[in-house]
Design a protein around this ligand. Structure first.
Ligand SMILES: Cc1ncc(C[n+]2csc(CCOP(=O)(O)OP(=O)(O)O)c2C)c(N)n1
Ligand code: SF4
Ligand SMILES: [Mg+2]
Length: 351
């Protein structure tokens, strides 16, 4: 694959994080997406989140499928591990990598075509298994790379650039993630970095399947009147239910809030999510109530955003399978092969 490398020079006064890295150290190659594509803003939010969390780039594995969205890992975290898989197959490749090496931070980047059509089964199983990952769908309601056909997330009744109406019911990825048991579920908008960056940070610190549906307008094929994934539509119909602040483990809590205005959720790694409610009747710890709320508001044409559900007691696939605490890829032959006597015993027990 060809790509355009970014010049290395940067201003000497750029802020550095605890590792001594600047934001530029988390960038990748120059983007070749259309100017104004929402996907580029998501890449910028990922870069910002990793910079702010002081993540060592070599600890991240970024995986994707096929599509404009799936091309984006080339444009961020140039010093991380990367794997561009086959269309819709990112979740199974990521699951395998995660089982072999549980030490890395897994970032799966996909599109609505990649995840809601050809990869729907793969998406479903990674959610229900609780694979420890951040799964981002860059949702523009079309197959951008193949010239703008409706995808399965396009709303019924919405119109294509040429005026054709979509008559199929849409697949709501957030509703599916809720039903399938994901333990951190959020929705955001590529045009709202203030909301998106903390949601990505919270997802990175979450142990288990973290899913973020990011509405990300396609300026080439789905940014017109009649689309429900355009910049204008999302800005007009965006209903944020909460805002979150992330306090990583090594940071002390300084800002104080009046009692009752903030809910604190402590994650497995000790980091704290501070949830400031905007919608008084929204409870991000109640899966069933959240599902009802989302369906009701979706039917009114609203785009509900924020941290939609979080399970403080989440567990991941390794916990479910009771695997070893050390990564499989560090084990030697002695650990992996039980020996002839043990195998004979297992075989005997199956006769
Ligand atoms: C097996 C297979 N089928 C079909 C395609 C053609 N194809 C390439 S990308 C794509 C859809 C991409 O849509 P989406 O995931 O929404 O990404 P976007 O470009 O909108 O970001 C399709 C159908 C393919 N590459 N491989
Ligand atoms: S075709 Fe659409 S999704 Fe693809 S880069 Fe252009 S604006 Fe982005
Ligand atoms: Mg798409």
């Amino acid at each position: 694959m060809t790509y355009i490398a970014k010049p290395k020079l940067h201003h000497p006064s750029l802020p550095i994080n605890k590792l001594g890295y600047t934001r530029r150290d988390y960038e990748g190659a120059i983007s070749t997406l259309c100017a104004g594509c929402g996907h580029d803003s998501i890449s910028a939010a990922i870069i910002q989140a990793c910079f702010e969390l002081d993540i060592e780039p070599h600890r991240v594995a970024k995986l994707s499928g096929i599509g404009c969205s799936s091309k984006t890992p080339t444009y961020f975290l140039g010093n991380s591990h990367g794997f561009n898989s086959v269309h819709g197959r990112m979740p199974s490749v990521l699951t395998g990598a995660n089982l072999a090496n549980r030490e890395l931070i897994y970032l799966g980047v996909s599109g609505d075509g990649d995840s809601a059509s050809i990869g729907l089964g793969q998406f479903a199983h990674s959610m229900r298994r609780g694979v420890n990952m951040v799964y981002i769908v860059e949702n523009n309601g079309v197959y951008g790379l193949t010239k703008g056909q409706f995808s399965a997330t396009a709303d019924k009744g919405s119109r294509s650039k040429r005026g054709v109406m979509n008559t199929d019911a849409s697949i709501e990825m957030v509703a599916l993630a809720m039903q399938l048991g994901a333990t951190y579920i959020a929705r955001s908008f590529s045009g709202d970095k203030e909301q998106l960056v903390p949601l990505i940070k919270g997802a990175i610190e979450h142990k288990g399947a973290a899913f973020i549906d990011v509405i990300s307008p396609c300026v080439a094929f789905n940014n017109h009147e009649g689309s429900t994934k355009s910049y204008d539509y999302v800005r007009e119909h965006n209903e944020a239910v909460n805002r979150i602040d992330i306090i990583p483990l090594h940071d002390t809590i300084t800002a104080q809030y009046a009692p009752g205005t903030v809910t604190e959720v402590r994650q497995h790694d000790g980091s704290v999510l501070r949830l400031r409610k905007i919608a008084a009747d929204y409870d991000a710890s109640d899966r069933i109530a959240a599902m009802n709320y989302l369906q009701q508001h979706h039917s009114q044409g609203e785009v509900v955003t924020g941290l939609l559900f979080v399970d403080e007691e989440s567990e991941d696939l390794h916990g479910h399978l009771n695997t070893l605490a050390v990564s499989f890829n560090t084990l030697g032959e002695e650990d992996l092969c039980p020996g002839a006597a043990a195998l004979a015993k297992i075989n005997a027990s199956l006769r």
